[in-house]
Design a protein around this ligand. Structure first.
Ligand code: FES
Length: 86
């Protein structure tokens, strides 16, 4: 594991994720079929609770500030900056 690679835990399954890969891309690369629709930060379909860790969230209006404050992210436009669990 390099400094640009983190651990991603989805439903207890441990994966390796690159700093420039979205959580949704990583999940599908490992055949974990998370729900999504637009894959571009608009629709909010991929919203999920972040259990631990930190991400950069580059959305296009698909999530409210209130949901972000409550710890939700959009998997389609979130890349990790630490180990992450969802
Ligand atoms: S799939 Fe639409 S916001 Fe992520």
């Amino acid at each position: 594991m390099t400094k640009d690679t983190f651990q991603l835990i989805i439903a207890g399954k441990l994966l390796s994720i690159s700093h420039d890969e979205t959580i949704l891309q990583c999940a599908y690369r490992h055949e974990i079929l998370l729900k999504y629709h637009c894959a571009s930060g608009h629709c909010g379909k991929c919203k999920i609770k972040l259990i631990s860790g930190n991400v950069i969230l580059r959305h296009s209006g698909g999530i409210s500030k209130e949901d972000i404050d409550l710890g939700y992210i959009l998997t389609c436009c979130s890349t990790p900056i630490s180990h992450v669990e969802i």
